[in-house]
Ligand binder design. Structure first.
Ligand code: ASP
Length: 354
């Protein structure tokens, strides 16, 4: 669709609220109701896990992200700009596992993945394993818009970031004490389990199985949006899973797994146990069900998360929005930091399951 210059919208804000999406045939259709959803990760956030102050802090950050994205939409901006604004804010927040506050790898580093997709053009950009770029989602967007590629990784991605004059930080910038302590605790627990296993082997008995509470590892961030032109976009950013191995790439930068957007169906941002999201192409699968089976976004998200993902043994969640503004926030984990803001309504944020 042809995008009217931002300045024109700014000069005539009244037009924005009356903006109409066009159907494929070019007829005027119902207005595209401005919509943005964000998530701050799915996982083991059962009621009682956080203090009232902590809950309030999470909710305040989610609300800020919604408002930042919504302000872009309201000003006539593109869904792509709205999701970028929301995700940058969540990357900058130390509370979530993306950008500052990312989880640690097994070697005690922060390695970041991010992606973005434009539902209008199906253009997409992604980066994996970056360690010094302050906002990986901006780099993913630069890959989409300024390179002929879809995904760049590691040093190459960072060289490209230098060329694009993106902001660099010291790797220490991403560290928070909370994540470091969680990492150290996990390391200790694993060492103790290994020792126990060795001892058991020497004594010829079965070692107790050590199963790390994987759901503790989540906290990725993401956003999906529908703009006044009827265009959709999605973006996702993460530090990945705590204790991930060298070179591990999760679902987040995999187009179709951690992110997908197509104006013909929906925009999806995922969070959860990445390996399962990759195997099921979760984001693309939801959009495919909407496009080919005529399902609502809620029904498609329900099937993929509560049937397919769950049957395979994975967990996590998605935020989804369709071209008519229909949306869903679906998860099979205990909770998901999430929120939505639509035309004419106050932002709504939540943490726990029903
Ligand atoms: N999906 C992310 C990954 O596997 C983790 C998360 O959502 O928290 O890298």
């Amino acid at each position: 669709m042809i995008r009217i210059a931002l300045a024109a919208f700014a000069a005539a804000p009244a037009f924005v609220s009356a903006a109409f999406a066009e159907t494929e045939s070019g007829d005027a259709a119902s207005p595209a109701p401005l919509t943005i959803l964000v998530h701050g990760g799915a996982g083991a956030m059962a009621r009682g896990k956080y203090t009232a102050d902590e809950e309030a802090a999470f909710k305040a950050e989610l609300t800020r992200a919604l408002e930042a994205g919504y302000a872009v939409l309201e000003g006539g901006g593109a869904a792509l700009d709205a999701v970028t604004a929301a995700v940058v804010l969540l990357e900058d927040s130390p509370l979530f596992n993306a950008g500052k506050g990312a989880v640690f790898t097994r070697e005690g580093k922060n390695e970041l993945d991010a992606s973005i997709m434009d539902g209008d053009t199906l253009n997409a950009g992604a980066v994996a394993g970056v360690t010094r770029v302050k906002n990986p989602v901006k780099l993913a967007r630069a890959v989409m818009e300024k390179s002929e590629h879809v995904m760049l990784i590691g040093d190459g991605a960072q060289r490209f970031a230098e060329e694009q004059e993106l902001e660099f930080v010291s790797p220490k910038y991403f560290r928070t004490e909370k994540r470091w302590d969680a990492y150290r605790a996990r390391l200790e627990a694993e060492k103790a389990a290994e020792k126990e296993a060795d001892k058991a082997e020497r004594q010829g008995r079965l070692a107790p199985q050590y199963s790390p509470p994987h759901a503790e590892k989540y906290g990725t961030v993401g956003a999906v949006a529908l703009d006044a032109e009827g265009d959709l976009a999605a973006a996702t950013s993460t530090g990945g899973m705590m204790m991930k191995r060298y070179g591990r790439v999760g679902d987040v930068p995999i187009i179709g797994a951690g992110v997908y957007a197509n104006d013909a169906s929906c925009a999806v941002s995922s969070t959860g146990w990445g390996e399962y999201f990759i195997r099921l192409s979760v984001a693309r699968e939801i959009c495919a069900q909407v496009e080919y089976q005529g399902k609502t976004v809620a029904a498609a998200a329900d099937d993929v998360i509560h049937n397919r993902l769950e049957n395979l043994g994975g967990d996590g969640g998605v935020i989804v929005v369709g071209p008519d503004g229909a949306h869903a926030m679906t998860f099979n984990s205990k909770g998901m930091f999430r929120g939505v803001m639509t035309a004419g309504a106050a932002p709504e944020v939540a943490i726990y399951g029903e």
